[in-house]
Design a protein around this ligand. Structure first.
Ligand code: ASP
Length: 420
């Protein structure tokens, strides 16, 4: 009798969903009648995609609170927490600045995608005002924990969870029952995410097919030079910067890392949201990439909120592009300002679809470029957002692995084995 066929792992099914979503979406967009596509969107693609999106988004607030509180409490020693915090911030800022340098070198130095483009006369974009920096600082602390949860204010939740976690660690043995409770709740939430992930193959399929039918890819053509420059810079970050960091600093295999991390990348690609991908990124980084609960619980929620290398890259390339279209030269000082403000703007970008374009106005304003320039790139942003979100969450997972390794909080056996 032939041996029973091995069932493909969930990660493989998610990949199938991704490829089938792209292929069917494009085929439907160009080959099938509009009526059929409208019905497919209404009856299948929107509801299935929305169901998956809701199911993972549902987990974001509980998982951030529980995993971060538990993570901070089980690191225990505030000095260790501070050290981990410093390392993480160093990696976050270092990789974002590198990302910006790559983006500007490519867009301003090598390709210059905006040089041969005319300014359309109907370019309009109403910018939102940048928040006052002291308000941002004050806003870190929630007035009311429930409101922070209801509004899913990530930075406020992080502050709350860190405070409670550190306090629990300091209470000592008396806090044991709470810690045990949080530990079991954390495990249960992780299990819930694993269950939700069974929805991922059809969910990813539906979300991607929907974008392809609604947008088509011909929107990319007029701005192909911009699209390719941006995709190239994102690819350099993912295929050169992160692997070097993993191999040289972390001393772990980048290939193995990507193999394990892949399901989180597909979810980021299909949802365009770091926040929505956070539960899956946590699950994958712990159970496939071998990072301890405490380090993953600390690094990933923080990263999903403030570490956005892909967004910084988009802002760098878009700024150079807009300056070239308007025929405005950027001095070295201007370029340095762009690096600084895009790093800050990416920190201030919430992990939801499309926000990177809103905070781009801060970067443009900092070097006196017309904010209407955003109207030039808005049409292609929906699809590019998918790519940059993948880089955003990958940077977080890389930081988690490197920090975990350096703190002895990394499990080689889990990493080598990966999982289905
Ligand atoms: N969609 C991105 C994210 O969630 C943010 C952005 O618009 O750049 O990571």
């Amino acid at each position: 009798m032939p041996p029973p066929m091995k069932r493909p792992a969930l990660a493989t099914w998610i990949l199938v969903g991704l490829i089938a979503g792209l292929a069917c979406g494009l085929a439907a967009c160009y080959l099938l009648p509009a009526d059929f596509n409208a019905a497919a969107l209404r009856w299948v693609l929107r509801p299935v995609g929305e169901l998956f999106l809701r199911a993972i988004t549902l987990m974001v607030v509980p998982i951030v609170l529980v995993s971060l509180t538990y993570g901070a409490a089980s690191v225990g020693d505030p000095r260790k927490l501070g050290r981990v915090g410093l390392k993480v911030m160093g990696i976050f800022i270092g990789t974002t600045v590198l990302a910006m340098v790559i983006a500007l070198a490519l867009a301003e130095g090598v390709v210059r995608p905006g040089q041969s483009i005319q300014i359309p006369t109907d370019a309009r974009y109403a910018a939102r005002e940048a928040p006052f920096v002291m308000d941002v600082v004050v806003n870190l602390v929630p007035r009311n924990p429930l409101k922070a949860m209801v509004d899913a204010e990530m930075l406020q939740l992080i502050v709350l969870a860190l405070l409670v976690g550190v306090a629990l660690a300091q209470v000592g043995p008396k806090a044991r029952p709470v810690l045990d409770f949080l530990g079991s709740l954390n495990d249960a939430l992780m299990r819930a995410i694993e269950i939700i992930l069974y929805l991922a193959p059809p969910g990813v399929f539906a979300l991607i097919a929907k974008v392809m039918i609604e947008q088509g890819v011909e929107v990319l053509l007029p701005l192909l030079a911009y699209v390719l420059t941006l995709a190239g810079a994102l690819a350099l970050q993912a295929a050169v910067v992160y692997p070097l960091l993993l191999a040289l600093v972390g001393r772990v295999s980048p290939l193995r890392f990507y193999r394990n991390h892949f399901p989180a990348m597909t979810v980021a690609f299909s949802t365009s949201s770091s926040n929505a991908t956070l539960p899956v990124n946590l699950e994958v980084t712990e159970t496939r990439n071998g990072v301890s609960k405490s380090v993953a619980g600390f690094v990933l929620p923080l990263g999903a909120t403030i570490n956005m290398d892909g967004t910084a890259i988009m802002q760098g390339v878009a700024t150079a592009f807009i300056a070239q279209v308007y025929g405005i030269g950027l001095s070295w000082g201007g370029l340095a300002t762009v690096v600084l403000t895009a790093t800050l703007a990416s920190i201030g970008t919430a992990g939801v679809p499309g926000v990177g374009l809103v905070t781009l106005s801060m970067v443009l304003a900092s070097v006196n470029l017309p904010v209407e320039g955003i109207a030039l790139v808005i049409g292609v942003d929906r699809i590019l957002d998918m790519l940059r979100t993948v880089v955003n969450i990958t940077g977080d997972a890389v930081a988690a692995v490197v920090v975990a390794k350096s703190e002895g909080e990394w499990d080689r056996a889990v990493f080598e084995r990966g999982k289905g």
